[in-house]
Design a protein around this ligand. Sequence first.
Ligand SMILES: [Zn+2]
Ligand SMILES: [Zn+2]
Length: 184
Amino acid sequence: MKVMVTELCEASAPRDFEFVLSMTPLELQGTDFVPVSPPHIRLRLRREGSKIEVGAAVRARMHSPCARCLADSITNLNVAVTDQWPLCGTNDETADFLASPFIEDAGRIVNLTEYGSALLVEHLPVRVLCSGNCRGLCPTCGINRNEGECTCGNSELDPRLAVLGRLLHDKGGVRDGTTEKKNI
Ligand SMILES: [Zn+2]
Ligand SMILES: [Zn+2]
């Protein structure tokens, strides 16, 4: 969704926009996010002097693997943001702002979809956990410690290594003679 800058700067009443982002799964700092349904964006744009006052609401529901145990976890995003776009002036601030990635056509068009996508990405968590006290996977045998105990006696772990450990076990590639039962 796009809007002309002149349209925003000449509007005498607030303009409301509502749309969904057609979004493919995205990866952010190593975490995959898969939308349950298309993320929803609502914008209220109101001219105030040389600026556009922005009220934005972002709503999204995303699947991600837990950073510790890889279990499917849902992130519910529901944020309200206020912002200002110095779009309607002729000063340096306006000139700088026109370089924003969501401004197109030499400063004549605002790409609202781009702006909404950036807001969404900005508010996604850096690290998704299935729960604050998730105990993760055992790096040796790969057991999900939220579901059972093992006797490996290891502490903190990288879940990707744990998966590798489990694969090795399954292939009989681990020769340390441990006999803990797999609880998968
Ligand atoms: Zn977890
Ligand atoms: Zn273990």
